[in-house]
Design a protein around this ligand. Sequence first.
Ligand code: HEM
Length: 193
Amino acid sequence: MIKNSVIAYGVVSRALHWMSALTVFFLFGLGLYMVDLSYYDAWYKSAPDLHRSIGLCLFLITLVRMAWRRISPPPAPIGRHDWELKIAHVVHLLLIGLLLLTLLAGYLISTADGRGISVFGLFELPALLPAEKGREEWSGTLHQVGAWSLIGLVVLHVLAALKHHWIDRDETLRRMLGLKLKTSDEAESDADR
Ligand code: HEM
C-alpha cells in the first residue's frame, strides 16, 4: 500500500517518517561530536561539511513529507481521550515546526559570511542573504535551542508511542512500523487485559 488509508500508514509515509527520525538522531550525534573537535583533528572540517549536507537532505525530506501529507492524509489518530488526541496533534506539529526552525537556523549560521554551502562537494547551495555581522551568533543560539528542544520533544513522542504500545495495547506503533494490524477479536481481547 503506497498511500495511507483511514486506519494504516502507507509505505511512503512510513519511509519518510523513519528516514527523518534516523537522520535527526544522526545529525544530533554528529553535531555534539563535531563541536568538541580541535583544529588538528582529521574530522575538524569534514564533520561540519557532512552535517550541513545531510541537514539539507533532511530539509528536502521534510518538504516532501509535508507535501505527501496533503496528497495522502494520515490515518485517523488512535486514543481513548479527546485531550490525548489534541496533545498528539500539537506535538506532531511542534516536531515538524522545530525541525524546520533548526534546519533554517543551521542554514543561516553556515551562510552568515555570505558564502554558499558545498553539498557533499558536488554543488553549491547559494547564500540567499548577504553577509551579516553577528548573524552567526544569534542563529547559532537558535540552532542549539531548536535542536535540544526537538530532542526533548522526540523523547516525549517516543514515550507516548511506547505507552500506546505497552499500556494501551493499541495499533499506534505497529502501524507506523508497518506490522500486521490486529483483527477486531485480537484487539478486543487485548483491550480487556
Ligand atoms: C524512535 C523514534 C520514534 C518513534 C518510536 C516514533 C513513533 C511514531 C509513531 C508510532 C507515530 C504514529 C502516531 C499516530 O499514528 O498517531 C509517529 C508519528 C509521527 N512522528 Fe514519530 N517516532 C519517532 C521519531 C520521530 C522523530 C525524530 C520525528 C521528527 C523529528 C517524528 C515525527 C513524527 C510526526 C510529525 C508524526 C506524525 C505523522 C506524520 O506526519 O508522519 N518522529 N511517530
